[in-house]
Write a protein that binds this ligand. Structure first.
Ligand code: ASP
Length: 418
């Protein structure tokens, strides 16, 4: 199947899944054995979960092999350091812009005014990691354990160290590098093979989700929901376009067109981590970022860069403070920007994690963590939307860094889009 057909089929899979799921939700009662148990939560659920699992299985080998290759191919250690600083800086700055935008829009729209708290249920927050622990955890004590647990930051650190050592190791290093380059090609091929079944996987995910979900929760929280969506759109079409246009000096329309299929995956799976193999492949093969940069920036972004999540947290903080009638001062808002930006570093890109780190933000500014119960009903759909923004942020920053380091293939970027 050529790429054009594949992209079209993925979008078709999403659309049909959404329609079928919504229809089932309207006509089949939740306790209907046949439809819900055997088809929706049986057959389709199995299909969707198998698809996600087949992508996740690639994440650790892909990140390790690809990043070792990337780091070992860089001619000198100083370019690795430069790329690292630029990437980290841009990830932090874009996230801080995202959450500031969220605070400005939310305090203008006031989504939490007039909320009736009495009707809400209890929410028990899970512990979120402290910033100190997040920093210590970056260095792996046991790389095999880090891989087995899928701890991406630790795998990234280990892979960079191995890559730099290979680079400095002369002849033996060359041999290891050649083998790993071959492995890289094999894994990329594996991703392409899995992509062939992607439309079916995405279809199954969407049917299961919408058949179970329904939209009644959204009506109750419409103002909050729409505020988050509005800021996501602003950041997506504003901040990222400006970055691509004026910092990377490229046409944002081409960027979005080429990246669209990845957004569709991220939306369906609500996980930057599970989307990672596709993001990496797309950023290298369609956008034109060279492996030396993409292999570092994309996995790092999937782990530490979550603009969409930070936006939800900004709006949610304002919403909860208004719902509880607790005033957070200007310093409180600055604290939100800081904590929401740092919180994204410690959170893995999996579904729903934004709510857990939201607990950290709320605690910082003295808001009740139970406030999360107010917004939990619409979080899954928002999670899907913000994950699409999260991965787009990773790709945009990767593009900017690659351009500035001359590690960008403009011919690939400008090649015909399907
Ligand atoms: N699902 C998001 C992601 O994987 C994280 C979150 O906001 O919950 O990027």
């Amino acid at each position: 199947m050529d790429r054009g057909k594949l992209t079209r089929n993925i979008l078709l899979g999403m659309t049909f899944g959404f329609v079928l799921g919504s229809v089932v939700h309207m006509i089949a009662p939740a306790d209907d054995g046949m439809t819900m148990v055997y088809f929706i939560n049986g057959l389709f659920d199995i299909g969707g979960k198998m698809f996600i699992a087949s992508l996740k299985l690639l994440v650790v080998p892909l990140v390790f092999v690809s990043l070792v290759c990337g780091a070992s191919n860089l001619s000198d250690g100083s370019s690795m350091g430069r790329i690292g600083i630029k990437t980290l800086g841009l990830y932090l700055i874009t996230t801080a812009i995202a959450v500031s935008l969220a605070l400005i829009v939310a305090t203008t729209i006031n989504p939490g005014e007039g909320i009736n708290l009495a009707a809400q249920s209890e929410f028990v927050a899970k512990d979120s990691p402290s910033i100190k622990q997040v920093l210590i955890n970056i260095v792996p004590t046991n790389p095999i354990k880090a891989m087995a647990e899928g701890n991406m930051l630790q795998v990234i650190v280990f892979a960079i160290l191995v890559g730099v050592a290979i680079n400095k190791c002369g002849e033996p290093g060359q041999r290891v590098r050649a083998t790993l380059n071959d492995w890289n090609a094999v894994i990329m091929r594996l991703i392409m093979m899995l992509m062939m079944v992607a439309p079916i996987g995405v279809f199954c995910l969407m049917v299961t989700l919408f058949a179970n979900m329904g939209f009644s929760a959204i009506a109750d929280l419409l103002k909050y929901f729409l505020t988050v969506v509005l800021v996501l759109l602003l950041h997506f079409s504003g901040t990222f376009s400006l970055l691509i246009r004026f910092v990377a000096n490229l046409n944002p329309i081409i960027f979005y067109k080429k990246f669209a299929p990845v957004m569709a995956y991220a939306f369906s799976m609500a996980s930057s981590n599970a989307t990672l193999p596709i993001t990496l492949q797309n950023v290298e093969k369609r956008i034109g970022v060279k492996n030396e940069v993409a292999s570092f920036t994309v996995p790092l972004g999937a782990t530490i860069n979550m603009d969409g999540t930070a936006i939800m947290q900004g709006v949610a903080t304002v919403f909860i403070s208004q719902a509880y009638n607790i005033d957070i001062s200007m310093t409180g808002y600055l604290m939100v920007v800081l904590t929401a930006t740092l919180a994204s570093i410690g959170a893995a890109g999996v579904p729903g994690v934004g709510l857990i780190t939201l607990a950290m933000v709320l605690t910082q500014v003295g808001l009740p963590v139970e406030g999360i119960a107010l917004i939990i009903g619409v979080d899954r759909l928002l999670d899907m939307l913000r994950t699409a923004v999260n991965v787009t942020g990773d790709a945009a920053v990767s593009t900017v860094v690659a351009r500035s380091e001359n590690q960008f293939d403009e011919a690939v970027f400008n090649a015909e889009v399907d």
